[in-house]
Ligand binder design. Structure first.
Ligand code: 3HC
Length: 325
């Protein structure tokens, strides 16, 4: 739906303005909210930033699930901080999206009624404590691989939001790897849990980068506008190249019998995820889609009185005359 809207609106833009805009992008300029921009550029950013913000928010659920069951007080405080960071990332990103003329409420409503997506990865369950390690190591690792280049994306507010997000995601990735280290070097049962978590999160993590380049609808235009800096397959390859040696260091086995170093290409050969499963998750049929959306809707409904109270308080404060000095 978004793709059609973007295409039809993009064609309505003045060709001279479009050419000047593209020249700015090609020259490496940063586009700011008050600058002229093609309608398709604006809509693509709202879609991508909004989806990204929703991913941060929904992403709190699988990890929040383990806060009360963390094995030590230290692990609990670290996990609490991480989950709070994700909420903060959502807020920076909603703010960046708002500069494009969409409100946070509108974005939230589109998430809640299924018109907007969030990352496929958060439709998988976190079954054991080792999953907290795998999520930090693999999921945050994949997120960083995608988001570090986005610090140089063409839209200023998005690029600036990414700077702080990336710093925090790096900490998240390290804490996940640290959990995996502990488990992988622990008892036989802990090692089995670590391997099981890797087995379940490997392919869903590869899916986070989006469909293969030939099936990616938006990549060509988004890369032309520097909304995306790399193609989905490029980033997936970089992720595998970075992660496979880390798995070996942990003494764990990547669940892909075809994973092997290819000297000629200077990277690993690896098996693709099951793309039918990916598209099925996007259609709402993943193991946790229903549960995640129900939880977001519940939180939104139950928080209504808080939002209304805060808005009434703000309105009252704004209506008060400013006291004379
Ligand atoms: N999950 C859900 N939907 C996905 C997806 C995924 N992993 N990958 C692709 N899609 C969707 C796209 O949104 C698009 O659908 P739409 O037209 O209805 O919006 C369709 O699949 C086709 O994919 P494209 O490759 O054409 O889409 P994009 O060009 O938007 O590329 C992307 C997808 C690489 C995810 C890109 O949007 C992107 O780089 N987004 C910013 C990063 C982001 O959103 N990260 C979320 C990760 S989770 C996170 O950061 C939380 C942290 O705590 C770990």
């Amino acid at each position: 739906m978004y793709a059609q809207m973007i295409k039809s609106e993009a064609t309505q833009d003045d060709p001279e303005k479009l050419a000047a805009f593209q020249a700015r992008i090609d020259a490496g300029d940063t586009i700011e909210p008050k600058d002229w921009m093609p309608e398709g550029y604006r809509k693509t950013l709202i879609r991508q930033i909004g989806q990204h913000a929703h991913s941060e928010i929904v992403g709190q659920l699988p990890e929040g699930n383990w806060i009360t069951r963390a094995p030590t007080l230290e692990r609990k405080t670290i996990l609490l901080a991480k989950v709070q960071d994700e909420a903060g990332h959502g807020l920076y990103l909603y703010c960046a999206a708002e500069t494009l003329g969409v409100s946070r409420d509108e974005l939230t409503e589109m998430l809640l009624d299924g018109r907007m997506k969030y990352s496929s990865i958060f439709n998988y369950p976190t079954l054991t404590w080792a999953d907290m390690g795998a999520v930090g190591w693999l999921v945050d690792g994949a997120a960083i691989m995608n988001q570090v280049p986005l610090q140089r994306t063409s839209y200023g507010p998005y690029a600036r939001a990414m700077v702080r997000i990336c710093k925090e995601e790096s900490f998240h990735q390290r804490q996940g790897f640290d959990i995996m280290m502990k488990m992988a070097n622990g008892t036989a049962a802990q090692r089995r849990m670590a391997q099981d978590a890797l087995n379940r999160f490997w392919y869903p993590s590869l899916m986070m980068f989006g469909p293969s380049d030939q099936d990616s609808v938006h990549s060509a235009q988004s890369m032309k506008w520097r909304i995306k800096m790399n193609s989905n397959d490029e980033l997936r390859q970089k992720f595998v190249d970075q992660t496979a040696p880390q798995a070996a260091f942990l003494g764990l086995t990547v669940p892909d019998p075809d994973l092997c170093w290819n000297e000629e290409k200077g990277g690993y050969d690896f098996s693709q995820p099951d793309w039918d499963e990916f598209f099925d998750v996007l259609r709402g049929n993943g193991p946790c889609n229903t549960e995640r959306l129900a939880e977001q809707n519940r939180a939104w409904d139950e928080g209504k009185w808080v939002r209304e109270g805060l808005m009434a308080h703000a309105a009252k404060k704004n209506a008060q005359p400013i006291a004379a000095e």
